[in-house]
Design a protein around this ligand. Structure first.
Ligand SMILES: Cc1cc2nc3c(=O)[nH]c(=O)nc-3n(C[C@H](O)[C@H](O)[C@H](O)COP(=O)(O)OP(=O)(O)OC[C@H]3O[C@@H](n4cnc5c(N)ncnc54)[C@H](O)[C@@H]3O)c2cc1C
Length: 443
C-alpha cells in the first residue's frame, strides 16, 4: 500500500528543451530541482509516477547526523542547516522540526559504538552525548525497561516524508521549474559522446545536462547506456499507527522499535536494520559486490526467491527501445508489500515498552525499495565516459535526511559550480575501480 503523499499539479506545456532535466522526483531529484530553479535555470523534472511516491514518502522521516559515516558528515551537516531554512525559503511546509533524537539500549556494545562515533563527530562540531542509565530513563518517561544507557542527539530532527519532496517541487514550480508526472524518461539522447537530451514517453527534450535521481531504478537506467552501476535493492517496512494519547514525545530508537510521533497523535514506526531481499537479474549481477554486506546483515534479512523480479521492476533483465513502452512506465509506482512480521513485532514491542500504549492500533503499513551501494555511501557524481550526466542515487537507507545537501551537490556538479562539499567520497568511479570500497560505510 502506498504511504500518504501530498499531490503536486503538473505543469501545462511540455517543453522541447531545458537547461537541466532531472529524472525522478524523490527527495534527491526534488531538492536538486529546487536548487536549480532558485538559480533561475530552466529546469524540467520528469517523474514516471507521482512526486515522492517511492522511497521518499515511505521512510521514517529521521534527519540525522547521528551514526553517519564520517564521509557523509560534511554533507549532512549542510543538509540539516538547509532543512532549517527550506520551509521559509520555499514558502511550503516540509514538516522539519529540530526535535532531537533519543536512542536507548541495554547493550554495552551499543553504548561503546555510539561513544566512539561521538568522539569522531566532535571534530565536526556535532553535539551528541551519551546518556547514563538514569538519564536514558528520564528521557523515556513511561517506558518499562531499565536501560543501561542511551544517546541524545539534540541537533538532529525529523521532517515529514508525505510533505518534503512535494513541498520542494511546489517551491521550485513557483520559481519557474516544470514538472511532468506519469511520464517516464526512457533514455538519454547522446551526440558526440555527450548528453544531448532525454527521450521521454512524451517525446525528446533537448538538454546538455541531466541529473539522474531515479532511486532503485538508477542502475537499470544506467545499464541501458553501458554504465555499470552496482546497486543492491533491499525492501524495508514501516507503518503508521492510529492516533493515541501521547506517550513518546520525540523520535526514539530502541532495539525493539524506532518511532516518530506525529502531530495528530499517531506514530510512524519500524524495526531498525530489518529488510527483505527479492533478487532479480540485477541482484545476481552484483551478488559478489554485496556478499560482504549480506553476510554481516544476514540475521536481519529475509530472502524471497521467485521469478517475478526477473521480469518486472528495477531488477528485471532485458533492454528496451526509446520509442516503445519501457520498464519504467510498466511500473509507475514501485510498491512492495510490507513485511507483516516486522509490523507485528514493532507494534508488540511498543505496547510492551509503554503500558500507556497498550491499545495502540495499526493504521497502515507499507514497503519501500531501498537502493544501496556496496559501501553504503551514495553516488553523487559525474561520469567520465558520459559528460553531461550527473548521478544522484544509492542513498543506502539514509537519503531522506541528507536530501537537501544531496540536491545542492548534484546541482553544483550539473552546473560546474564549486561544490558545496568535497565530492570525492561520492564519486562514481570508486564503484568500478574499487578505490575506497574496502571501507564499508555506516547504515
Ligand atoms: C522504510 C524506510 C525507512 C527509511 N528511513 C529513513 C530515515 O528515517 N531517514 C533517512 O534519511 N532515510 C530513510 N530511508 C531512506 C530514504 O527514504 C531514501 O534514501 C531516499 O528517500 C531516496 O530518495 P531518492 O530521491 O534517491 O529516491 P526515491 O524517493 O525512490 O525517488 C526516485 C524517483 O525516481 C522515479 N523514477 C525512476 N526511474 C524513472 C524514470 N526512468 N523516469 C522518471 N522517473 C523515474 C521514481 O518513480 C521515484 O519517484 C528509509 C527508506 C525506507 C524504505
Amino acid at each position: 500500500m502506498p504511504a500518504p503523499i501530498r499531490y503536486v499539479q503538473d505543469s501545462a506545456n511540455f517543453p522541447d528543451s531545458a537547461d537541466v532535466v532531472v529524472i525522478g522526483a524523490g527527495i534527491a531529484g526534488a531538492a536538486a530541482t529546487w536548487e536549480l530553479a532558485k538559480q533561475g535555470l530552466k529546469v524540467v523534472l520528469i517523474e514516471k509516477g507521482l512526486v515522492g511516491a517511492e522511497q521518499s514518502s515511505r521512510n521514517w522521516g529521521w534527519c540525522r547526523q547521528q551514526n553517519r559515516d564520517e564521509r557523509e558528515l560534511p554533507l549532512i551537516i549542510y543538509a540539516l542547516q538547509r532543512w532549517g531554512e527550506l520551509n521559509d525559503e520555499t514558502g511550503e511546509e516540509l514538516g522539519f522540526r529540530r526535535s532531537g533524537l533519543v536512542y536507548a539500549t541495554q547493550e554495552e556494545s551499543d553504548i561503546a559504538a555510539w561513544d566512539k562515533w561521538i568522539q569522531m563527530a566532535k571534530g565536526y562540531g556535532v553535539n551528541s552525548s551519551i546518556l547514563t542509565a538514569e538519564q536514558a530513563k528520564a528521557m523515556t518517561p513511561g517506558s518499562t525497561t531499565s536501560w543501561r544507557g542511551g544517546l541524545s542527539a539534540p541537533t538532529d530532527g525529523h521532517a515529514e516524508p508525505s510533505l518534503a519532496a512535494p513541498g520542494l517541487v511546489a517551491g521550485a514550480l513557483k520559481k519557474g521549474a516544470l514538472l511532468f508526472q506519469q511520464c517516464a524518461v526512457r533514455g538519454l539522447d547522446i551526440a558526440g559522446g555527450r548528453v544531448s537530451g532525454v527521450w521521454t514517453e512524451r517525446g525528446l527534450i533537448k538538454t546538455s545536462r541531466v541529473i539522474c535521481a531515479a532511486g532503485a531504478w538508477t542502475s537499470m537506467f544506467c545499464r541501458r547506456h553501458g554504465i555499470d552501476l552496482p546497486l543492491g535493492n533491499v525492501i524495508g517496512t514501516a507503518f503508521r499507527t492510529q492516533p493515541i494519547e501521547q506517550a513518546i514525545a520525540m523520535p526514539l530508537y530502541t532495539p525493539g522499535f524506532a518511532c516518530r510521533p506525529q502531530m495528530d497523535g499517531s506514530y510512524t514506526v519500524s524495526v531498525s536494520g530489518r529488510g527483505r531481499l527479492e533478487p532479480g537479474a540485477q541482484g545476481l549481477r552484483y551478488a559478489r559486490q554485496f556478499y560482504p554486506t549480506f553476510k554481516s546483515r544476514r540475521k536481519n534479512l529475509t530472502l524471497n526467491l521467485g521469478l517475478s523480479p526477473f521480469f518486472n521492476g528495477p531488477e528485471a533483465m532485458g533492454g528496451w527501445s526509446f520509442d516503445r513502452e519501457s520498464p519504467f512506465e510498466r511500473m509507475r509506482i514501485l510498491d512492495p508489500a510490507a513485511d507483516a512480521k516486522i509490523v507485528e513485532e514493532g507494534l508488540a514491542a511498543m505496547r510492551r515498552e509503554y503500558p500507556a500504549l497498550a491499545n495502540l492500533r495499526l493504521a497502515q503499513s507499507w514497503g519501500g525499495m531501498i537502493d544501496s551501494t556496496p559501501d553504503a555511501i551514495p553516488v553523487i557524481s559525474t561520469v567520465a565516459k558520459l559528460p553531461g550526466l550527473v548521478l544522484s542515487a544509492g542513498y543506502s537507507a539514509h537519503g531522506f535526511g541528507i536530501g537537501p545537501g544531496a540536491g545542492r551537490l548534484a546541482a553544483d556538479l550539473a552546473t560546474e559550480a564549486t561544490p558545496i562539499v568535497d565530492p570525492t567520497p561520492y564519486r562514481y568511479s570508486r564503484l568500478v575501480d574499487g578505490s575506497g570500497l574496502e571501507t564499508p560505510g555506516m547504515m
